[in-house]
Design a protein around this ligand. Structure first.
Ligand SMILES: CC(C)(COP(=O)(O)OP(=O)(O)OC[C@H]1O[C@@H](n2cnc3c(N)ncnc32)[C@H](O)[C@@H]1OP(=O)(O)O)[C@@H](O)C(=O)NCCC(=O)NCCS
Length: 175
């Protein structure tokens, strides 16, 4: 097994749309692909994880993406942070959202998620952007435990569409 200390994390640029589409699709499918029909999964991947969708996201003002990499391998994880797009009543003007946080399964539980969180929180603090929200699938207990450690608590729910399927998603807010 490769030493996790060799993993580097860097801010993604407009040149990374294809790499981001690749790691975004692969990590979504390996973690959640079994929950959907092929049609629903395909529609979601095209809408959210295609190179074109990623290029749009990378160009969005106030959005930042970081990629984790090992030399000679496709990216092994990423985090996307931007303004909050979750349906929150009376949303604060400076509210931010962890839009996506994904690590390839092989690399879970090696503190890469924690590294991404620290980078994102530092970046938001520098700009005075607060509070921070995240949407998490109601049955994703591992991620809910992960966010609890950063002081997130549930403040609401909404329906997250994956193709024609609507998932029950919790809205968490950092205290
Ligand atoms: C959430 C995630 C990014 C954490 O990355 P990581 O590098 O494994 O995180 P760390 O090593 O810093 O922390 C480990 C914690 O992550 C959480 N975790 C572990 N496996 C997980 C999984 N399959 N899904 C979600 N969370 C998981 C747990 O809280 C774990 O702590 P535990 O020992 O109490 O179980 C990673 O597990 C992942 O990519 N999960 C699948 C995608 C996902 O659920 N993303 C969040 C969507 S909102």
């Amino acid at each position: 097994m490769t030493d996790p200390s060799r993993i580097t994390v860097r801010r993604a640029t407009a040149e990374d749309a294809v790499a981001l589409a690749d790691v975004g699709s692969a990590t979504f499918v390996e973690n959640f692909g079994h929950l959907y029909t092929l049609d629903d999964l395909q529609a979601f991947l095209v809408g959210s994880h295609s190179p074109a969708a990623r290029a749009r996201q990378l160009a969005e003002p106030g959005v930042a993406v970081w990629l984790a990499e090992l030399p000679g391998e496709p990216a092994i994880g990423y985090v996307t942070i931007g303004s909050c797009k979750l349906p929150v009543d009376n949303l604060e003007a400076q509210a931010a959202e962890i839009r996506q946080l994904y690590v390839r399964k092989r690399w879970h539980n090696q503190q890469l998620g924690a590294r991404f969180m620290q980078i994102g929180l530092d970046w938001l603090a520098e700009q005075g952007r607060t509070p921070l929200y995240v949407g998490v699938w109601s049955e994703n207990y591992g991620a809910q435990r992960f966010y609890e450690r950063y002081g997130f608590t549930k403040i609401g729910e909404y329906g997250f569409p994956v193709g024609k399927k609507i998932d029950r998603e919790f809205i968490l807010k950092q205290k």
